[in-house]
Design a protein around this ligand. Sequence first.
Ligand SMILES: N[C@@H](CCC(=O)N[C@@H](CS)C(=O)NCC(=O)O)C(=O)O
Length: 212
Amino acid sequence: MIELYTWGTPNGRKISILLEELNVNYTVKPINISGNEQFSEEFLAISPNNRIPAIVDHETNIHLMESGAILLYLSQKYDKFCIKGDGYWDMLQWLMWQMGGLGPMLGQVHHFVKYNQGKSRYSEERYTSEARRLYKVLETRLTNRDFIAGEGVGQYSIADISCWPWISRFEWQELDLHQYPNVRDWYNRIADRPAVQKGYHIPHFVNEVPIS
Ligand SMILES: N[C@@H](CCC(=O)N[C@@H](CS)C(=O)NCC(=O)O)C(=O)O
């Protein structure tokens, strides 16, 4: 049995979406990060960086923090949504792109544009222009492709699962997906998946999955 420590945020949703896609049994341990539960002793023993998501796999006794590591672990354990052969490295580079670029930069947009608008014009402009640049990179990547990584039109993988929940906050980022038609098609294609609809609402319902 896998325990998922999570909250309704993009990094948390990556893992609940993958677990739903894998159709494995798991229990959810909500960690209310607005109530500072991420700083409790019990949680720090599993996630020393005091961030969600984290998992404990009681079958293997493996404890993991960092969503990228968790996506790799689960997709390899269950041998699904992890591209094999040369495509593995393609998938990995896009997963790293999300972990090192898309996620952290969009996180800054949420901080300055959604929650602290007007406090720092410089930061709002800096992170919004970086967000636009990253959306453009994804737009170009998705030209004539259905999914981010893999040969031909690509293959649905943890590269998509890691990026999708960040793009689902396009309204917070004040970005119009119609300006990025390939991203929009990809976003809607993934949003239609039943596992994505289910995983989005873990640990509880916050809002409907945004549609563009
Ligand atoms: N690189 C980490 C980032 C995790 C992260 O930033 N989680 C946020 C929620 S999306 C969090 O737990 N924030 C709590 C806090 O800021 O104290 C990952 O991908 O797992």
